[in-house]
Design a binder for this molecule. Structure first.
Ligand SMILES: NC(=O)c1ccc[n+]([C@@H]2O[C@H](COP(=O)([O-])OP(=O)(O)OC[C@H]3O[C@@H](n4cnc5c(N)ncnc54)[C@H](O)[C@@H]3O)[C@@H](O)[C@H]2O)c1
Length: 317
């Protein structure tokens, strides 16, 4: 199977509806299913109403709104709907025994070449795959809330996922305007592992009396959080200078111990003279020309972001 054009979404809750909206408005035929009778139809109606509000606020175009109505449906016929889908998304409650049961039912009715995906937040994909006879057709496809607005989607391959399936998933997501990344099946995947590391340190600072929650939120959103809207930690680190980062860890480790030891991979780079874009190289390995363009684009983007931020603050007053 090459292109994903029909998707069945099992679990027409909050996330199932959001995922269906994004895919259906990009032209993928999506059918919502749920264990509760009538729930899929109700959720379809809610999604269409929400899309009207998105259209009125300029989040989507009139064409996307029309495409959504044409492509989004609800069904009570799980075997028939799952049996005609290229991709079946499991989007039920975050409970492993329920997900296992639902995945077994999906596999029973799915075409032999269909892909099965799960939107689990935190259950290892390999553990969910244990319910399946053909685990190689299974991958995590982890959307973020609210799905219609957040661009990221983690595509998670477990140990035996057939990697040739991933490009079809990525293409479907890109066609729907998303920015997917293929990541390994490790706890928290990428987003939650990083998010919870940050949150833990923030709570620790409040506990230590270093700053209040309000002060921490102000510093984060006005400093590195501002950058993170546009650049990931590696782009930021390469621009800042890897030596600056390595040296900062020395002071932090002295104060807070092992959790701030300079990472070996960073130390090796700095010891070998790779200090990021100022020496050429860095984790992203940008050529001098690319690095220069990135810096120029960064300054334009930050200036625009600053204006947008002020405008949003004024609107929210
Ligand atoms: N809510 C979020 O912010 C968020 C973000 C990312 C991932 N997720 C994950 O997405 C999944 C769904 O979360 P949600 O917030 O949409 O939950 P939800 O409670 O809004 O929806 C779950 C839906 O699954 C249905 N369901 C339950 N058992 C079923 C079955 N056997 N067959 C068919 N449908 C069944 C329920 O009736 C309900 O409509 C979870 O795994 C969650 O961890 C949630």
């Amino acid at each position: 199977m090459s292109e994903i054009t029909r998707v069945a979404i099992v679990g027409a809750g909050y996330m199932g509806g959001g995922i269906a909206q994004v895919l259906a408005q990009s032209g993928v035929a999506c059918v919502l299913l749920d264990a509760v009778a009538g729930r899929a139809q109700t959720r379809r109606d809610e999604v269409l109403a929400e899309a009207d509000s998105h259209l009125a606020r300029g989040f989507i175009t009139a064409v996307e709104r029309e495409t959504l109505t044409a492509n989004l449906s609800a069904s009570e016929d799980l075997p028939g709907t799952v049996g005609s889908a290229d991709l079946i998304m499991e989007v039920v409650f975050e409970e492993i025994s329920l997900k296992h049961e639902v995945l077994r039912t999906i596999e029973k009715h799915a075409r032999p070449d269909a892909i099965i995906g799960s939107n689990t937040s935190a259950i290892p994909i390999g553990e969910l795959a244990e319910a399946l006879e053909k685990p190689e057709r299974f991958a995590g496809i982890h959307w973020f809330n609210p799905a219609p607005l957040l661009p990221g989607v983690e595509v998670i391959a477990h140990a035996t996922t057939d990697r040739s399936l991933l490009s079809g998933i990525v293409t479907m997501l890109e066609n729907a305007g998303k920015e997917p990344a293929i990541v390994a099946d490790t706890p928290g995947f990428v987003c939650n592992r990083l998010q919870f590391a940050l949150y833990k340190e923030a709570v620790q600072m409040v506990q230590d009396g270093a700053a209040t929650p309000e002060e921490i939120d102000t510093v984060v959103r006005a400093s590195f959080g501002f950058r993170l809207a546009l650049y990931g930690p590696f782009a930021v680190g390469d621009m800042a200078g890897l030596d600056v980062y390595a040296n900062s860890y020395v002071s932090l480790e002295r104060a807070f111990g092992e959790r701030f030891t300079v990472p070996a991979m960073l130390k090796e780079r700095v010891d070998s003279g790779d200090l990021g874009i100022k020496t050429g190289g860095g984790f992203l390995g940008l050529e001098a020309d690319e690095a220069r363009r990135m810096i120029e684009a960064r300054d334009n983007a930050y200036a625009q972001l600053l204006k947008l931020r002020r405008q949003l603050r004024e609107e929210s007053r």
